[in-house]
Design a protein around this ligand. Structure first.
Ligand SMILES: [Zn+2]
Length: 225
């Protein structure tokens, strides 16, 4: 084939990494296995099936950010049609080929991606959810820390890291105070209402429903990096 024709062919950028080469487990899987075994937070992942693949062609974006790795949760279709993997871990092929990216740098990227992988826990039972066919359910966690260097420079690392937790606590506090106030107001209401629903009723319920929808759609993300 001529060079020109070859250039016109669409690039294949993802290549699954076989777990073993010449009878030995290859490095990416070795790192993954070791971290899941060693790190207690990763213990639930012992029951998850991972596929690791090379991804080539990731370049630095306008903001100077280079995606070095990415984890995807297998969708229901992928699970059914292509195999029984729960997660697919993509690693930056060119980066792993470079001589400056070795040892702990490699481990750190795998560690980071494993932090995204988590069991999907049922709040009511505290147990990991299973689907109708008894397969364990998984989810992807988001970064709790994401900040601009300028914010850290100005306000310090500790303040930048703590700000989300403080905000969550403040909002929870506000919400619980509002709920307590609403419950108190309810006690003052007559039990039998005449006519249709009170003005606040349907609107209140709609707001609740929208709130839940927003949360569900956030959880629906299938990949993260
Ligand atoms: Zn990440």
């Amino acid at each position: 084939m001529t060079n020109e024709l070859e250039e016109r062919r669409k690039k294949a950028t993802i290549k699954a990494i076989p777990r073993k080469h010449a009878g030995k487990v290859v490095e990416p899987y070795k790192i993954l296995d070791r971290l899941i075994k060693e790190v207690s937070d990763f213990a639930p992942l012992k029951k998850a099936a991972f596929c690791i693949a090379w991804k080539s062609g990731w370049r630095c974006d306008k903001d100077g950010i280079l995606k070095r790795a990415q984890i995807r949760k297998a969708s229901e279709v992928e699970r059914e049609v292509y195999g029984e993997f729960d997660f697919v871990l993509l690693l930056h092929k060119e980066l792993w080929q470079s001589s400056s990216f070795k040892g702990e740098a490699r481990e750190m990227d795998v560690f980071h991606e494993l932090c995204h992988a988590a069991p999907d826990i049922d709040d009511a039972t505290g147990e990991q959810r299973v689907d109708e066919r008894d397969r364990l359910c998984w989810r992807l966690r988001k970064h709790p820390i994401q900040e601009f260097p300028a914010v850290i420079d100005r306000y310090g690392l500790e303040a930048s890291i703590g700000v989300n937790e403080e905000a969550v606590a403040a909002v929870d506090d506000e919400a619980s105070q509002a709920a307590a106030q609403a419950a108190e107001n309810d006690l003052d209401r007559p039990i039998i209402q005449t006519g249709g629903e009170s003005q606040g009723g349907p609107q209140g319920r709609l707001a609740g429903r929208e709130g839940r929808t927003a949360r569900t759609s956030q959880n629906a993300h299938q990949e993260t990096h």
